[in-house]
Design a protein around this ligand. Structure first.
Ligand code: GLC
Length: 651
């Protein structure tokens, strides 16, 4: 049962598409409205668990933390940092009382959840205009499913988007992409796509290509496709201020850019230098921006990642304009520009530009958290018009509801073990908020990744729908083929492709029926022992995983809430054994992956392949003790996806 309560006159964020009955009563919370804020408090019981909040720091159980929904470009993925790139204001309280609540507002929202032992949930919305959704249900899983259904059907990527992707900030020339393709092919390592970071562009301008380095993008895309590889360019939120440039000119002419305090066009410094931000709140601008992707689709490109859409601002016409592009370098070299000052400048910038929302001038700061989500919507709707089939799209910034239009990646993490664990924690939380197509920069973006960390990270990412190795521009090479002992990498990457029939089927079924793809154990097992466990996850309906997330470890403890079939993959074979309910020691060497098939379930396994072009569901092996498995069979591209595409496999 889901109801909603309206405070003030909120804008329609588009997060929820279902018709939800409106009531004046707010259950569970005490509400107080101040001059500018709306504050909700709820007293927690000692044993209550609190889930949700999607992409935030901290644990899956959010108790004890402080989190702020205020989309921020930050490489500090530390518990002390309250904001990442996204705002997912959905919470589930599970205990004495059990309910879900979604604070639907694009304004800043601060959550304190038993913070410093306060014993309460305190949610401070920096607005008096919001829509509150409350959900009752039998437990966290039922509540989540009610939310997912109310959001509406999840984004459906093409099959090739479930393959392995390679990326790096720094690939610039056409030869770089050829080398990456060759590096994988020569070493018999699978690959389905290569991401193009900002260096492919002419002067970091969206919808352009640097013809010195890539004289024939269309030809390159074709050449890659012949090898089964898709090129996936990055697109940033800002449009470079460059009189004479056709995209810039049409943006100015069409009235598509955000305005500044004086009523002119707001200028913010990002990668290309000064840019204007498209006003994604205007329908005509969403259409205009989305239609610009024709530049790429005309060149045979069908996948994109949208970035810098919090929106990120390095400097603006109001803050540090004189330093220009040197701000970045000076900040790093001298550390003079302190954190607090940067935070103050950021707020100042966000208060200095405006949107046109159905004829009303609205300050960006008040609707900040929706900007990235609307960019995703604009791209997605544009691509629907431009392409006859499904496309790959993932974004850095997001808000609940954007999961209908595309996926997300979790931004600039670091090559460290804690961030592998953060990736494990993010996945179920993102799923609770409607983001099924998700993943982290595998191997880490900042810093250097070593062989052991990359192997363990790949072994986890092998289960996340988005499996992309990405790193920054000044880090050590991170492509799998750059490391010693290729057999180990082949083993882990081959597992991903052998699991594709399962991963693809489970994703499609979850997306079409409003279900989760990755879940905490506590969502399915009524066993108090599983509640604190955050380093094991359920993936789809049949399996549980227990990734190795500690440096130097070749074994770990694992808890089985019921007897399961343990499957050990060594790069060649799947070795099965029955393991009893309870705690166990799981040995896992670097080349291995261990997973568990739940009682009464089946896991379909495909033949070893190195590209989704060779995906074949005719000759599958079935592991586990179940009787039937619902395999999703379509051509991996068509938009006509229904549950009619399910074929039952039986033993
Ligand atoms: C941002 C993105 C990162 C990308 C870089 C350059 O930091 O998060 O993934 O590589 O910009 O475009």
């Amino acid at each position: 049962m889901m109801t909603s309560t309206i405070f003030g006159s909120p804008i329609d964020t588009g997060a929820i598409t279902a018709d939800i009955p409106v009531t004046k009563d707010v259950a569970h919370f005490r509400v107080s409205v101040t001059q500018k804020h709306t504050i909700f408090t709820y007293p927690l019981d000692t044993d209550d668990l609190v889930y949700g909040l999607g992409e935030t720091m901290g644990r899956v159980n959010k108790r004890g933390g402080r989190y702020t929904s205020f989309n921020t470009d930050t490489a500090e993925h530390e518990d002390s940092n309250p904001s990442l790139y996204a705002s997912h204001n959905f919470l589930i309280v599970w205990g004495k009382e059990t309910f879900g609540v979604f604070f639907d507002t694009p304004a800043k929202v601060e959550f304190q959840i038993d913070y410093q032992g306060s014993g309460e949930v305190r949610v401070e919305c920096h607005t008096r205009d919001l829509r509150l959704y409350q959900i009752d249900g039998d437990g966290p899983y039922a509540i989540t499913r009610t939310l997912l259904k109310a959001i509406g059907p999840c984004y459906l990527p093409p099959l090739w988007a479930f393959g392995y992707g390679q990326s790096r900030f720094g690939y610039a020339k056409d030869q770089d992409f050829r080398d990456v393709a060759k590096g994988h092919a020569d070493n018999d390592l699978p690959l389905d796509y290569i991401c193009m970071d900002i260096d492919y562009m002419d002067g970091f301008k969206d919808f352009s290509v640097d013809e010195k380095d890539i004289p024939d993008l269309k030809g390159l895309a074709e050449e890659m496709k012949e090898q089964g590889i898709h090129l996936v360019p990055i697109v940033d939120a800002g449009i470079k201020v460059e009189p004479g440039d056709p995209v810039y000119e049409s943006g100015v002419k069409g009235g598509h850019f955000c305005r500044n305090v004086e009523g002119g066009l707001f200028q913010a410094g990002v990668w290309p230098g000064m840019t204007h931000f498209p006003d994604f709140f205007q329908e005509k601008t969403r259409k205009w921006f989305g239609s610009q992707y024709k530049f790429y689709t005309d060149r045979g490109i069908e996948g994109f990642w949208n970035d810098m859409n919090e929106p990120a601002i390095f400097y603006s016409e109001y803050t540090r304009p004189k330093l220009g592009k040197w701000t970045f370098v000076l900040d790093i070299l001298f550390g003079k520009y302190r954190k607090e000052k940067k935070a103050r400048d950021m707020i100042r910038d966000y208060k200095s530009f405006f949107h046109n929302i159905t004829g009303k001038r609205v300050r960006h700061y008040d609707v900040h958290n929706l900007f990235g989500a609307l960019m995703t919507r604009s791209t997605s709707e544009g691509l629907r018009d431009l392409l006859p089939h499904r496309y790959l799209l993932f974004s850095r910034s997001s808000y609940i509801g954007a999961g209908r239009y595309g996926g997300v990646w979790t931004g600039d993490n670091t090559s460290k073990w804690e961030h592998l664990m953060l990736n494990v924690r993010h996945m179920p939380s993102l799923n609770m908020c409607g983001f099924l197509y998700a993943g982290a920069d595998t191997g880490g973006f900042m810093g250097d990744c070593d062989r052991e960390l990359l192997l363990r990270w790949l072994a986890f990412s092998a289960f996340t729908p988005l499996m992309r190795n990405h790193t920054g521009n000044f880090t050590k090479n991170q492509e799998a083929y750059r490391f010693e002992g290729q057999d180990d990498f082949r083993s882990i990457l081959s597992l991903r492709y052998r699991l594709l029939p399962y991963i693809y089927s489970e994703y499609m079924k979850a997306a079409l029926t409003g279900d989760m793809y990755m879940k905490p154990l506590s969502f399915c097992y009524d066993d108090p022992a599983v509640r604190p466990i955050e380093d094991q996850l359920l993936v789809g309906d049949s399996i549980m995983i227990a990734p190795v997330v500690k440096q130097g470890a070749t074994s770990r403890r694992v808890y089985l809430p019921e007897a399961m079939t343990q499957v050990r993959y060594d790069g060649q074979d799947f070795h099965c054994a029955t393991v009893d309910k309870g705690w166990h020691h799981q040995q896992t060497q670097l080349h291995e992956v261990v997973l568990y098939i739940r009682k009464g379930k089946l896991l379909p396994i495909g033949k070893p392949i190195t590209n989704t072009a060779d995906y074949d569901v005719e000759d599958l092996q079935l592991l586990g003790d179940g009787d039937v498995y619902d395999l999703y069979t379509d051509d991996g591209l068509t938009r006509q996806c229904t549950m009619d595409n399910v074929r039952q496999l039986s033993r």
